[in-house]
Structure formats: structure tokens, C-alpha cells
Design a protein around this ligand. Structure first.
Ligand SMILES: [Zn+2]
Length: 278
């Protein structure tokens, strides 16, 4: 292919990825609103929660419609929360970042079997799914089972595809993901006589992420998550936004920490090991 043609094809592909990310983010907004309320995500079609009027397709374009409508429902002028375009934008940004950092383009160029195309897609889905999960955890302090079960299902599907983690590696990942949190939870319950110190949702989340990405990634991810959670908790307490009575959901930090570990865990781990050799 001519050089320019390759550049244009790359731009076009990234524009396509951005569009896919924005649409996925729009669907995540539906999940974020409906799943904690026990509503179907398939039916009814998108409507304004205030006036109930169905949202026309041309008013449902991710980010763009929010800007055109000035953040208000066309019918009743109720405010559309800013979190809607933020989730859409964030999903597209993380999708493109994951695609690039995980070298999915290279993987796709070297397709030699049908599953070479399936692996990158399943991996990226398992990463962007953490966005609606995190928002639901922040708002409702729950990690719905359908997120952790879907992640586990993706892990099982990937372990059946050649060139991925073996089933033994996935099981080791489950132990590495769930074990420390379960241990901490049992210790916390014993020490503070307070049940539910560590939510089972967090344990299930890390078990599923361990099955997907393996023991090393999930252990580094947990360390990052604890670090991010402590920093955020410290800032919130110091700025008097919360006090000791408040709960801080741990799921978003565990998810974010694991994503960081997926992206940079390996080079970081090598760097850490080298410190002991020199
Ligand atoms: Zn309305």
C-alpha cells in the first residue's frame, strides 16, 4: 500500500474505534442508570427519566447531542447530568488507549486464525466494562454480579482460545485475586468485630480479573489499587469531604489499579526485579 494510504487507513480506523467507544459509553450510561434499579437494559428504549418522553435517535448521539441540547432534555428541559458525556468520552479514550498499548493493531495484522481477531476484542471489552462497574460502585456501593460473571465468562472464553492464559494460569490468577482480599476481610471481621469489612463484590471482581489477566497482573493491580485508594481516601478526609463514618468504594480503585498493571505492570515488574540484581 502507498504510504499516504496507510496513514489515512490508520486515521479512519482510529475514528472508527472512537465511534465504537462513544457508542459503548452511551450504552454504559443506560446500564449505570438501570442495573442498580433492577430495570432491563434492553427495554424500554432510551427516555428522559423526568418527563418519560422517548429520546429520538438524533438526540441520542454520544457527546454531540449533549452539546447541541446544552445539557437539557429537548422536551422538559430537565438537566442531563454531565456524567453522561464524561462516561462516553472516557470509554472512547480508554478503548483507544487499551487498543494502542496492548498492540492490538499488530495482533490484527498478524491474523493467522479466526481467534487472533477475537482475542483483542474480548480483552478490550473486559477493560472498558470496568467503567460502568466503577460508576455503579461509587454511587450505590455495589458491584452487580452480572459484571463479575461477564468478566469471568470472558476469562473462560479466552482460556479456551489458544495463545492465551492456560486454565491452570487462570485458576492461579483467581487465587491471587481473591485470596488476599478474602484474607483481609476475615482478618478485618475478626479484629473489628464488624462484618462485611471487605465487600464480596470486590473479592469476586478480583477473582474474575485474575482469571482474565493472571496472577502477576492482578497482584500488581491490587498494590496499585491500594495505593490509589489510600491517596484518594487521604485527600477526601483531609479536605473534609468525608469523615471516618463514610465508606469509600474499593472496586473502582481495584479496577483502575488492575488496568494500570495491564498497561505498565510488566515493565514495572522487570524494573523492580532489576533493583535486586545490581
Ligand atoms: Zn424530559
Amino acid at each position: 500500500m502507498e504510504h499516504n494510504a496507510i496513514i489515512y487507513a490508520t486515521y479512519a480506523f482510529y475514528a472508527f474505534l472512537a465511534a465504537v467507544g462513544l457508542c459503548a459509553g452511551s450504552f454504559f450510561n443506560v446500564m449505570i442508570w438501570r442495573i442498580p434499579r433492577g430495570k432491563s437494559i434492553a427495554w424500554p428504549p432510551s427516555h428522559c427519566p423526568k418527563c418519560g418522553k422517548n429520546i429520538k435517535a438524533y438526540d441520542n448521539i454520544p457527546v454531540v447531542s449533549y452539546l447541541i441540547l446544552g445539557g437539557k432534555c429537548r422536551n422538559c428541559k430537565a438537566r442531563i447530568p454531565i456524567t453522561y458525556p464524561i462516561v462516553e468520552f472516557l470509554t472512547a479514550a480508554i478503548l483507544i488507549t487499551a487498543w494502542t498499548l496492548l498492540n492490538m493493531n499488530t495482533t490484527l495484522r498478524q491474523i493467522s486464525a479466526w481467534y487472533d481477531a477475537v482475542i483483542p476484542i474480548l480483552r478490550v471489552i473486559s477493560i472498558i466494562m470496568l467503567i460502568p462497574m466503577a460508576v455503579i460502585d461509587i454511587r450505590h456501593y455495589i458491584i452487580p454480579n452480572r459484571f463479575t460473571l461477564t468478566l469471568l465468562g470472558l476469562a473462560v472464553a479466552l482460556s479456551l482460545i489458544p495463545g492465551n492464559l492456560s486454565i491452570a494460569e487462570s485458576l492461579l490468577g483467581v487465587l491471587a485475586g481473591a485470596g488476599p482480599l478474602l484474607g483481609l476481610g476475615i482478618l478485618g471481621t475478626y479484629l473489628f468485630k464488624k462484618g462485611d469489612a471487605m465487600g464480596m463484590g470486590d473479592v469476586k471482581l478480583m477473582a474474575a480479573l485474575g482469571a482474565l489477566w493472571g496472577a502477576q497482573t492482578v497482584l500488581i493491580g491490587m498494590a496499585f489499587g491500594a495505593l490509589l485508594g489510600s491517596i484518594a481516601g487521604g485527600i477526601l478526609i483531609l479536605s473534609k469531604k468525608i469523615n471516618d463514618e463514610h465508606r469509600i468504594p474499593f472496586g473502582p480503585f481495584l479496577g483502575a489499579g488492575t488496568v494500570v498493571a495491564i498497561f505498565v505492570g510488566d515493565p514495572l515488574w522487570q524494573w523492580y526485579l532489576r533493583m535486586f540484581y545490581y
